[in-house]
Write a protein that binds this ligand. Sequence first.
Ligand code: UTP
Length: 407
Amino acid sequence: MIYRELKELLERHNQLQVLKWWDELDAAGRQKLAGQIERVDWSLLPLVKGHAVFPKGKVEPIDGLDLAAIAEGRERFRALGLEALRAGKLACVLLAGGQGTRLGSDAPKGTFDIGLTKPLFIFEQLIRNLQEVVRACGVAVPLFIMTSEENDARTQDFFRAHDYFGYPAQAVAFFRQEMAPVVGLDGKLLLSAKDSLALSPNGNGGWYSSLVRAGLAEEAEKRGVTWYNVFAVDNVLQRMADPVFLGATMESGRATGAKFVRKACPEERVGVLCLEDGRPGVIEYYEIGKELSELRDEAGRLVYSFGVTLNYLFRADVLRTISAARLPVHVAKKKVPCLDEAGNLVEPQTENGCKFETLILDMIRCAGSCLPFEVEREKEFAPIKNRTGVDSVDTARELLRKNGVEL
Ligand code: UTP
């Protein structure tokens, strides 16, 4: 795009400020900035003002498998799951494209060292958990790792430097998610450098479309993959490629499965599984409201207590019908480093910008059916979101120790 066209485009969207330092840029800088501007999805920007509130339909509890029901069917589920794993029907997808801002480290979250007397990296612990399944079923489960433009090189280098923590390298592939522009609270595009828009990963809802774009989904499905187990980078206790979970979800005939923990208390900041107008969905903790979050059944148990752990199963045929473009876009206020009026990079102390994200939890609703599957919190839920306090490095260490992991 030549300068005149670029200017016209930006004028139309009232975003000329991003060309403020154009005259200072060399040819490479101009090309970089122009390329980013051309790729902006302009339909996102107005969402800042309207603050997209998603229509919430009639909310009802969803049925799922609790610990007792799982214990009863365990052997059957496990046999079914192991058979599918041996037949190469499952691939794992590790979501590692996030920025981990709450942890306060620039490095990819999975490279964070949680060890005390010796190094223990988050990625390393996840690979160890996966290796347990590989030992049980005798085949290496394909592992796709989603990164972002920001952390891709560092993530790949890290795995190579650590020899994939003993996982067969040929079973691992990396793919990148897309980036979305970041805007100020007034809806204006922000710059992270004179030649670059401020960009952030576009949320974890685009994982399948990015996997398709990378050519990996087609290849995997040709080789017989019919299920994907998708999970977050930060739960160091989670079991992935869990044969019991896989077998139970397959047997249920539902298109997706979601591992959940019982909410510890109504105020816990975790999304809950429910039905919305008859379709499975997740209501976020900030959307549920006091009345529903505190509602109890006759036995005194919370009615909306299936807290999602971000460990899902998706059947591949259904994924192909979920278009990323149809997922709602969420607007999240964040502290975004950006150039000030004088062209200096500033690290804001308060939220100054908005990111646009699609979320994997909305894919559950689109898929139309889901098997909630309970797991024991103490054994499978140790998310690391913060450095200290709730869901932190400290709480995860404590839980790892309880589960016999040496730190
Ligand atoms: P979180 O919602 O915890 O976000 O991601 P985050 O970026 O890791 O952390 P904060 O909010 O900045 O502190 C849940 C999971 O989804 C992945 C993360 O890597 C994590 O595994 N994710 C999130 C992506 O892969 N891409 C994204 O764009 C966002």
